[in-house]
Design a protein around this ligand. Structure first.
Ligand SMILES: *Cc1c(COP(=O)(O)O)cnc(C)c1O
Length: 384
């Protein structure tokens, strides 16, 4: 958008893709399915040559992603795992990676199940403890990958302090910002080098799209990641790029509602006799509460809680009628997950139990339904 940067972020999002087709004046950007593009003459290009290398619809999205995270370069992928996999290809055999121990199960699986076969070494640390991260850095460590808040226990890492540590130790600092979105937390502004997203979650927001994103702080790193994206090809299709552009326009409205309802439900859950513990960084007694207030502008829409028995957890999942018992998060429809058997099933049992991911722990992704309806559904499910 011309002169677009002087507008507020919400305005730029609402306008994403508008003015991209001067010939027709279309408000909604065009979907260009072409897999290849005609050259005007030998040695000349319209800027588009081949669909994997670049596509006009994907470009509108990628520029929007870079703008959202305040980075130099945005790249769109066919899923969050495709984005992460592409990023991991940046490393070499013998390189060591430090990762949050409270991590998306799929990230653990691709690192431990696949990349270690190619000689990458992985170490998991409590990234809510900056000193523990510092102690875990070795001469082989090349990067730190953090999720904050963590998944599913929602611990908060000090992103600015970790950025400083990474700069000092020359580590690439990667933040998976899926749970927060750039509207609540912008890690690149706190010193991260790359942000990862599963856009399947809040960004897509309707449980109808698989997509992922990388955003690099510098043009140089962006170019390297583009090289990896173009070389390996897990790009987002033009159709899905358009759907994600459309979804992003309403992200601020969805998120505001989701966060408000999540805060309300977290406070309500705390008062239920069947609920032993509630994990929500918006609660004043949450250990990361002050920190998240400093580094983010909201607490997110994910609430984890522990019930009094595995039977209770199972019954709740079977009794809910409005909320769906399903994996994933961030959509307009509320979902309830049992991380131990779903999202985190690939983490070895002992390790899971050590982290506190047991059969009593549930993770709620709060949608845009009326809070009272969600509360009633949880109440009748907990009554058992
Ligand atoms: C879902 C998720 C991913 C993986 O994304 P997909 O779109 O499912 O491939 C990565 N990180 C986090 C935090 C996630 O929640």
């Amino acid at each position: 958008m011309e002169n677009g940067l002087c507008y507020h972020l919400h305005t730029r999002l609402a306008q994403l893709g508008n003015h991209s087709d001067p010939a027709t004046g279309a408000i909604s950007c065009a979907i260009t399915p072409s897999a290849t593009f005609r050259h005007p003459a030998v040695g000349q290009s319209t800027g588009f040559d081949y669909g994997r290398s670049g596509n006009p619809t994907r470009q509108v999205l990628e520029e929007g992603l870079a703008d959202l995270e305040n980075g130099a370069r945005g790249l769109a992928f066919s899923s969050g795992m495709a984005a992460l996999t592409t990023l991991l290809l940046h490393f070499q055999s013998g390189d060591e990676l430090l990762l949050s121990q409270d991590l998306y199960g799929g990230t653990y699986r691709v690192v431990d199940g696949i990349f270690t076969q190619f000689g990458l070494k992985a170490n998991y640390v409590d990234t809510t403890d900056t000193a523990a991260v510092s102690a875990a850095v070795t001469t082989q460590t090349r990067a730190l990958l953090v999720e904050s808040p963590g998944n599913p226990l929602l611990g908060v890492a000090d992103l600015a302090a970790l950025a400083e540590l990474c700069q000092h130790r020359k580590l690439l600092f990667i933040v998976d910002n899926t749970f927060m979105t750039p509207l609540l937390q912008r890690p690149l502004e706190l010193g991260a080098d790359v942000v990862v997203h599963s856009a399947t979650k809040f960004m897509g927001g309707h449980n109808d799209l698989s997509a992922g994103a990388l955003v690099a702080r510098t043009a140089e790193l962006g170019e390297r990641l583009y090289f990896l994206q173009n070389s390996t090809g897990a790009v987002l299709s033009p159709q899905d790029s358009w759907l994600l552009i459309r979804s992003l326009k309403t992200l601020p409205l969805r998120l505001e509602r989701q966060c408000a309802t999540a805060a309300e439900l977290a406070r309500w859950l705390e008062q239920q006799p069947q609920v032993m513990q509630v994990y929500y960084p918006g609660l004043p007694q949450h250990p990361g509460h002050q920190l998240i207030r400093r580094q983010a502008t909201g607490f997110g829409a994910m609430v984890s809680f522990r019930v009094d028995s595995p039977v209770r957890a199972r019954e709740l999942l079977e009794r809910i009628r409005l909320i769906s018992f399903a994996e994933s998060l961030g959509g307009v429809e509320s979902l309830l997950t049992l991380p131990a058997v779903q999202t985190h099933a690939d983490i070895p049992r002992e390790e899971r139990l050590r982290l506190g991911i047991d059969d009593c722990l549930l993770r709620l992704s709060v949608g845009i339904e009326e809070a009272e309806d969600l509360r009633h559904d949880l109440a009748q499910g907990l009554a058992g």
